[in-house]
Design a protein. Structure first.
Length: 170
C-alpha cells in the first residue's frame, strides 16, 4: 500500500474494509471464512403430499366445491386449492356442501305440534303453541313458544310442567 493511502481513503471506508477482513467476508457477501457452513440438504416437503380433491362442504352460507386436486407448495408442504375451488353463496342456506332450494325438502310435510308441558328438575317447561321446522335439517324448534320457569326461586317444585307448593320432604 502506498504511504499516503490512509489519508486518501475516507475513514468510514477503511473501517468497512477492516471489518470485512476480520469477519472473513468479502465485499460481495461471499463466505471466505475458514469454517464455511455445510450446504443444506434440500428436503422435498411435497414428497408425501398428494393434495387430493377434498369433499365439498359448507362455509357458513357458502357452498365450497373443488374441480380437481390441489397443488403442493414446496416451501411449506401444504396444499393449495385456490385454482380448483369455488365458493358459491347460498341464498337459502347451505347443507353438506349443497345450496338449498327455496322450498326446503327437509321441512316438506314436517309438523311441529305443541309438546306437553314438562319439567327439567325444578324448571317448568311450558309451550304456548306449535314449533317451527328448521329448514336446514328438518328438526323442530320450540324456542319462540317455550317458557322456562324456575320453581325453586319461589320455594316450589315442578310437577307435570307446573310449579306447585313443595310438599313434606321436598
Amino acid at each position: 500500500m502506498p504511504a499516503n493511502f490512509a489519508r486518501r481513503v475516507p475513514r468510514t471506508f477503511l473501517l468497512l474494509l477492516i471489518t470485512l477482513a476480520v469477519t472473513g467476508f468479502s465485499a460481495c457477501g461471499d463466505d471466505t471464512s475458514d469454517n464455511p457452513s455445510p450446504p443444506k440438504e434440500s428436503v422435498d416437503l411435497c414428497e408425501k403430499e398428494e393434495c387430493e380433491q377434498p369433499e365439498q362442504h359448507c362455509d357458513g352460507d357458502f357452498a365450497v366445491t373443488y374441480s380437481g386436486n390441489g397443488v403442493c407448495d414446496p416451501r411449506t408442504g401444504s396444499c393449495d386449492f385456490t385454482a380448483v375451488s369455488s365458493r358459491n353463496y347460498c341464498t337459502h342456506g347451505c347443507l353438506s356442501g349443497f345450496c338449498q332450494p327455496e322450498e326446503h325438502p327437509q321441512c316438506f310435510n314436517v309438523q311441529c305440534p305443541r309438546p306437553a308441558d314438562t319439567c327439567e328438575g325444578d324448571i317448568a317447561l311450558s309451550y304456548s303453541g306449535d314449533g317451527s321446522c328448521v329448514e336446514l335439517d328438518g328438526s323442530c324448534d320450540f324456542s319462540a313458544v317455550e317458557a322456562r320457569t324456575d320453581c325453586a326461586a319461589s320455594g316450589q317444585t315442578c310437577d307435570g310442567g307446573r310449579c306447585v307448593a313443595a310438599g313434606p320432604g321436598d
